[in-house]
Design a protein around this ligand. Sequence first.
Ligand SMILES: Cc1ncc(COP(=O)(O)O)c(C=O)c1O
Length: 452
Amino acid sequence: MRTKILLQESDIPTHWYNVVADMPNPPAPPMGPDGKPVGPEALQAIFPDNIIEQEVSAERWIPIPEEVREILQLWRPSPLYRAHRLEQALGTPARIYYKNESVSPAGSHKPNTAVAQAYYNKVAGIKRLSTETGAGQWGCALALAGQLFGIEVRVYMVKISYEQKPYRRSMMQTWGAEVFASPTDMTGSGRRILAEYPDSPGSLGIAISEAAEEAAGRKDTNYSLGSVLNHVLLHQTVIGQEAKQQLALVGDYPDEIYAPCGGGSNFGGIAFPFFADKAAGKNVRLIAVEPTSCPTLTRGPYAYDYGDAIGLTPLLKMHTLGHDFVPPGIHAGGLRYHGDSPLVSQLHYEGLVDAVAIPQLETFEAGVLFARTEGIVPAPESSHAIAAAVRSARECAGSGEPRTILFNLSGHGHFDMSAYDRYFNNELEDYAFPAEAIEDSLSHLPGVLRNA
Ligand SMILES: Cc1ncc(COP(=O)(O)O)c(C=O)c1O
């Protein structure tokens, strides 16, 4: 009975897979506030040219530089597990597999792109990177990558997470990064939010405004984003490519793939390489899993909106809850983003990718079941994928269908134990964002493009 399906270091993919090459329609272009498409030059104040090239590329395969592959070898290929004990506990005929991205030094999938972004900035002569972090996983990943390439890193950490997860901050500092609770009074964006909402818990949108503003104002500093943009999803496709090789080793292929979805990077990372097969006619369902408290794909319209809270970024066409939407301080901090990857959004809008929203208590119930059967304490973000996989496996238990289910265990929850404590003390509640609050936030979408 095989549990871990392992690859050799030489099996780490040599190329990233670009889903744009297989999409039925070209990606909707980013726009300026005047409603005119913006070219790649609009990104030059904050990104290096080599990354901008990837952002707009339609090439199917993009080579992974050897320097990046060498660092990926510190934890890749990541293991694929067959979840025998979870299957037994559920009494399901489904075969459940999970890709374990928690084995990276930072504890999640995020270093897969952090290393690539630090490398390309280093090659472009950049000395400093500024970024945001929600749950702290991305900040840790970039702090690590900056350290490995000799680049200084400054992190704007969403205030509620800064308070909930002090050891994430310590971890970033251990890797040499500076960390501030956002909103800060160090940027115009932060001061603007604080003037209006002095007790703001922060949001990813606000932290992005702060980090992007800093990068735009300093020649030696670029901005680095942990999700949403095309190049970030591209870098994560090592996950799905490895998973495909691993499943082939045991002669299996997924009917369904689940991944938690915040900005869409780990979902794109595991799902897109399988989208290539879907585009070629294969039957595989790709399902993004989000919280009911931040239901971007399931309840947000597909419209042009800013990527940040203040409106500094170009407008991206995506499912959005409105750029000034501040979701409640749930414990899946990495899933609290008002928008979503434009690529994932477009594929969802075109009916090629599915989405489901799961309430907080069900995700913790699934996370605890997973920890008690498979041993790993999952990040609350990852528990969304587990919960959706558990729902499906229970359906199979009822119907007798032997579905093959794959999910992405995007990270471990070792820094989330206060959230588990609150769950065990019955202090957590389910929260579905009220329709009126979403309506209100959507009424602030950039008017000129609201119905574009
Ligand atoms: C462990 C983990 N999983 C999932 C996510 C969601 O992000 P994304 O959708 O960009 O992969 C995050 C983001 O912080 C995370 O830390």
